[in-house]
Design a protein around this ligand. Sequence first.
Ligand code: NDP
Length: 323
Amino acid sequence: MATEHTVKVLIIGGGPAGYTAAIYAARANLQPILIEGMQPGGQLTITTDVENYPGFANAVQGPWLMDQMREQAVHVGTRVVSDLVVAIDFSRRPFRAVCDGGDVYLAETVIIATGAQARWLDVPGEETYRGLGVSACATCDGFFFRGKHVAVIGGGNTAVEEAIYLTNHAAKVTLIHRRDSLRAERILQDRLFRNPKVDVIWNSAVVSLEGQESPPKVTSITLRDTVTGAVREQPIEGVFVAIGHTPVTELFVGQIALDSDGYIVTKPDSTETNISGVFAAGDVKDKIFRQAVTAAGMGCMAALEAEKFIAAHGSHEASQAAE
Ligand code: NDP
């Protein structure tokens, strides 16, 4: 049965930003509720080795790290709810969030930590063959391409990491990039170029993906040389798209200030949005750093700012009682 809940700090999103905000809010005795959404753990659940999260001398697994953060949040007093916020009203306090399961949350403060999602190329054939040889997650789907020839599209850290990871499964990995240099970190590039299973096609944009009907699967990729304009078809058995991310902010359109790319705008040196009492942390507001550790740091900031806000404004119940 649908229930109404009153909460001082409602956290939307279960990634490093959300769980860290929850840990800090719970330890400030604010009894936060965290709605963890469709992909608990966020983007780190679709990575393997994490070597750059401080505190671990050896690489840890992304899903394990997120389980630990979640457990830590619960252990210090967070209520984690598996549901999806489908409507939100920031026009008055307490803010009102409605979940897919029907439950309603009346919140003194809201911390938005909904993260970002993989971007797609938006070329003919991509949608047709999604899940039929076309994927945006090598760690999820790489296993299905054992002994095959796959392509990875993109030139950033994600593309290079995915290409290296895929060499564990595939016979050959072709990285396809639209320019003549990668933006990935040098250490990753060195690993990529050293790997005998990897080759790179430079200066090539994807025009379309082609496939067969029975059984349905992708069979080739058509590329346009960005220097000469020449178009060619490359036979391929799998395509991994790794071209960046889009912030998950559809829910907040028209409610909160977003920039031209859809990221939430926050005040300088703060996680506070244009709505007093609503904070944003992690990839949903950060298109520059996008690291688990920076997201976690912002989650901490958001919880501290929410705590300060509640201390300064008092809780809605208290102000109603005083009226
Ligand atoms: P990035 O935005 O860094 O890179 C996206 C890549 O995709 C770029 O090379 C870009 O090309 C290319 N691209 C974008 N749109 C298209 C398109 N339509 N067609 C073809 N190519 C396209 O995204 P990432 O996901 O790689 O990384 C995001 C952030 O996360 C970064 O800050 C990164 O450092 C970080 N990250 C860190 C990791 C780590 O530290 N281990 C692991 C993974 C990510 P172009 O270069 O021409 O713009």
